[in-house]
Design a protein around this ligand. Structure first.
Ligand code: SF4
Length: 231
């Protein structure tokens, strides 16, 4: 696992070795994502053999909650959607999520603005936490969506730990690379962070120059938090 931290750190740092403008910061996040994809692809057969992974395109039950990401991941997504219809769609849907805690959002069943017909419209640049969330049990995911929290009868093997652990290591490595480059690595929330970037056209550039993301890029905290893989 320490290897994964280092692999993500150096893959991200490589992208910023010639300076860290918006493009380099976005590429740093994507380089760390590729490390996740590589390590998870190696681990997948063993994890799947213990209990088949149920996740597939068209299934987005887990995409109705806040997602903790790093600012560089937000920059990568905002850059990818800039000038597209997806950005307009995001601008229309995000206000119903902004300013809400994770519990409020789950109670209202507000889907991620990038979820279209059960599929992720930013799949190639989706955040690390989304990559790291897997389930072996569709019924468990639906029950968690319906209840707004994990069912008390959660079967022990419904959610495999391995991808979440790999994801944590990759985020750690990416965070280390950002800090080493003098950039903010404080976690932000996906919808709130993208909205902050779209509200302030200078934010991505300023972030790449060392500015801290505004407080509005984080979601209000829940009084009690359901510690789902995406929290
Ligand atoms: S970014 Fe994609 S995978 Fe992540 S919550 Fe949104 S729709 Fe789901």
């Amino acid at each position: 696992m320490a290897d994964t931290v280092l692999a993500a750190r150096y893959a991200a740092a490589d992208q910023m070795s010639g300076g860290h403008g918006i493009l380099a910061v976005a590429e740093a996040a994507l380089a760390a994502h590729r490390v996740f994809d590589r390590v998870w692809a190696r681990a997948f057969p063993q994890v799947d053999a213990v209990g088949a992974i149920a996740c597939k395109a068209g299934c987005g039950w887990c995409c109705h909650q806040h997602v903790a990401i790093l600012p560089a991941e937000a920059v990568a997504i905002a850059r990818a959607i800039d000038g597209t219809k997806l950005a307009e769609r995001f601008d229309g849907l995000a206000p119903a999520i902004l300013g809400k805690s994770n519990a409020q959002r789950k109670a209202e069943k507000r889907a991620c603005p990038f979820l279209i017909d059960g599929a992720c419209a930013v799949y190639e640049v989706r955040p690390n936490r989304c990559r790291a969330t897997h389930s072996r049990d569709l019924d468990f995911c639906i029950a968690r969506y319906e209840l707004g929290h994990s069912p008390a009868t959660k079967p022990a093997k419904s959610i495999p730990l391995e991808p979440a652990l790999i994801g944590d290591q990759v985020l750690k490595g990416l965070g280390q690379a950002l800090v080493a480059a003098g950039l903010d690595a404080t976690p932000v929330e996906l919808t709130h962070a993208i909205a902050a970037l779209r509200r302030d056209p200078d934010l991505a550039d300023d972030y790449a120059k060392g500015r801290i993301f505004p407080a509005g890029a984080q979601a209000p905290e829940d009084p009690q938090s359901d510690t789902a893989p995406l929290a």
